[in-house]
Ligand binder design. Structure first.
Ligand code: NI
Length: 180
């Protein structure tokens, strides 16, 4: 098990565009395992992109199966993912391992079709909707150097400081109940 270091905003490396994966080998598989370990180590994480751990290759993992009552495909490793269809729009709250202190309201397509390769190079296609579609769009954005912060309509109205649950004796009481 290897938990990798997560780059956090405003690290400039999060803005890089990632390159397609061309070689499907043992090294890729082992990197993907490390990505998954890193995602699982984060509190309530539903996805991770390679660029968040400093590797600029087009690989993401999405797994919303831990949330109750959500339509999903289980854990998906998407290599070279491409969204080929969009339908509808919805606003929803997002968080990100690279933006640990905030969540934000972001508009995303409600339903998408994603074409990708799996970790051994096989072609696959998924129809996603709701929270899973949102998570996939968020992760694929990382591969193009975008964070949810870049998608907010208004920083003033759509950005929320997370509650501070632990550790700090210096919690600012004014900030303890801002998240909806
Ligand atoms: Ni993220």
């Amino acid at each position: 098990m290897a938990v990798l270091e997560i780059l956090t905003y405003p690290d400039e490396r999060l803005k890089l565009t990632s390159d397609p994966v061309e070689r499907f080998d043992q090294r890729l598989l082992s990197f993907i395992r490390d990505m998954e370990d890193t995602m699982r180590a984060g509190p309530g994480s539903v996805g991770i992109a390679a660029s968040q751990v400093g590797r600029n290759i087009r690989v993401v993992i999405v797994d919303v199966s831990g949330k109750p009552d959500i339509k999903n495909h289980g854990k998906l490793t998407l290599v070279n993912p491409e969204i080929i269809q969009w339908d509808g729009l919805a606003v929803g709250r997002e968080g990100c391992l690279s933006v640990p202190d905030y969540t934000g309201n972001v508009i995303r397509a409600e339903k998408i079709v994603v074409k990708a390769q799996d970790e051994t190079g096989g072609q696959c296609e998924y129809e996603m909707e709701g929270f899973e579609a949102r998570a996939a769009q968020h992760e694929i954005d990382h591969l193009d150097g975008l964070l949810f912060l870049d998608r907010l309509v208004s920083r003033r109205n759509d950005l929320f400081r997370r509650k501070v649950y632990k550790r700090s004796k210096h919690v600012n009481p004014g900030e303890s109940n801002q998240e909806g």
